[in-house]
Design a protein. Structure first.
Length: 295
C-alpha cells in the first residue's frame, strides 16, 4: 500500500446508539485482496486490503444488517471484487459498479444478477481521470432500463460545471457526501444553498449524509462543523437521504475514524425514530431492495 496510507481502525468502539433492526450501511467498499483481485494499473492510489469478511465483521459489530458496496476507484472498471462480495453476501448486500461505455449487455445483466443497482461517476480529479459528459450520459441511458441509478462524486466547487449533466440524467441520482461542501462556510451560504436548491428542484436527486471525517475542520470524534449540513438535508429531504460508514475510509490523511463513533452521530442528524428509520432502512431499502415490501 502507499507509504502514507492509513489502515482502517483495528478495533472500532461498540456504538452507544442502537441502530433499528434492518439498518443499512449504504456506502462502503472492498479492496482486493490484491493477490486475488489485482488493483487497476491506472489507479491513483494503492490501498491496504479490506476484504468482504472484514466488512461483514464490521457490519455485525455495529449492529447493522446490510451493506451497499461502492466500487473503489483503485479497481477501475474491474468489478470482480465487488461481484465476489455480493455473491457471498446471501442477499444482504447490493452494489454500485463502475463501467465503461463499451460495457456489453451481457456484462450489465451479470452485474444486475449479482446485485448491482447503480453506476458511479467520479469527478474528483485526484482520484480519477474524468470522462466526457456525453459518454456519461450514454452510460446512464444504457443502465436506465435496468432501473439502476447513478451515483456522482464531486467537490462543491465543481457543481456549476456538472449541474446540467446531473439534471439531464434519465435515472435517480445519488450524490456522495453532500457534494463535499466547504463546512467552514455558512450552511445557509450560497455554495451549500446551491446544492440544497439542486435537490429541491429535482425530485430524482438523493444525497448521502456520510463522511463527516472527510469534511470536518475540527476533527474527531464529534465533527461538529459538519452536522448542521447533514441535519439540514435529513430534515428537508427525509425520503431522499442515505447514510454509510465509508469503510475502510480510503485516502484519509489526518486520522482514521472510529466507525462506532460515526454511528453515534446518527441521533444528532436524525433526532427522531421516524427520521432514523427513513435514513437507515426505508430509503436504502426502497433504492436497493425494492422487491422486499416489508420495509
Amino acid at each position: 500500500m502507499d507509504a502514507d496510507w492509513l489502515p482502517f481502525h483495528p478495533a472500532p468502539s461498540v456504538p452507544v446508539f442502537k441502530a433499528p433492526a434492518g439498518a443499512v450501511d449504504a456506502h462502503c467498499h472492498v479492496f482486493g485482496p490484491a493477490d486475488q483481485f489485482p488493483f487497476a494499473p491506472q489507479r491513483k492510489y494503492t490501498p491496504c486490503d479490506a476484504s468482504k469478511d472484514q466488512l461483514w465483521h464490521l457490519r455485525d459489530h455495529l449492529g447493522l444488517s446490510r451493506n451497499v458496496i461502492v466500487q473503489a476507484t483503485c479497481h477501475g472498471n474491474d468489478n470482480r471484487a465487488l461481484v465476489d462480495a455480493l455473491d457471498a453476501a446471501n442477499g444482504r448486500a447490493r452494489g454500485v459498479a463502475s463501467v465503461a461505455e463499451d460495457v456489453t449487455d451481457d456484462e450489465l445483466n451479470e452485474l444486475n444478477r449479482a446485485g448491482v443497482r447503480g453506476v458511479r461517476f467520479n469527478f474528483v480529479r485526484r482520484l480519477v481521470d474524468t470522462q466526457p459528459h456525453d459518454v456519461l450520459r450514454r452510460i446512464a441511458e444504457r443502465v436506465a432500463p435496468l432501473a439502476w441509478h447513478i451515483v456522482i462524486y464531486f467537490e462543491a466547487a465543481d457543481l456549476p460545471d456538472i449541474h446540467d449533466l446531473i439534471t439531464s440524467l434519465p435515472t435517480r441520482v445519488v450524490i456522495d457526501h453532500m457534494g463535499r461542501p466547504d463546512v467552514s462556510r455558512p450552511v445557509e451560504g450560497p455554495e451549500f444553498s446551491a446544492f440544497v436548491r439542486l435537490m429541491r428542484d429535482n425530485a430524482n436527486i438523493w444525497s448521502k449524509v456520510s463522511c463527516p471525517e472527510r469534511l470536518s475542520n475540527v476533527g474527531p470524534h464529534g465533527y461538529e462543523d459538519v452536522l448542521p449540513f447533514s441535519s439540514l438535508l435529513v430534515r428537508e429531504f427525509s425520503d431522499r437521504v442515505l447514510w454509510g460508514t465509508d469503510w475502510p475510509h480510503p485516502n484519509m490523511k489526518t486520522h482514521m475514524p472510529d466507525d462506532g463513533k460515526l454511528l453515534d452521530l446518527i441521533p444528532q442528524i436524525a433526532p427522531t425514530q421516524s427520521l432514523q428509520r427513513a435514513l437507515l432502512i426505508d430509503n436504502p431499502m426502497r433504492l436497493y431492495w425494492p422487491e422486499e415490501k416489508s420495509f
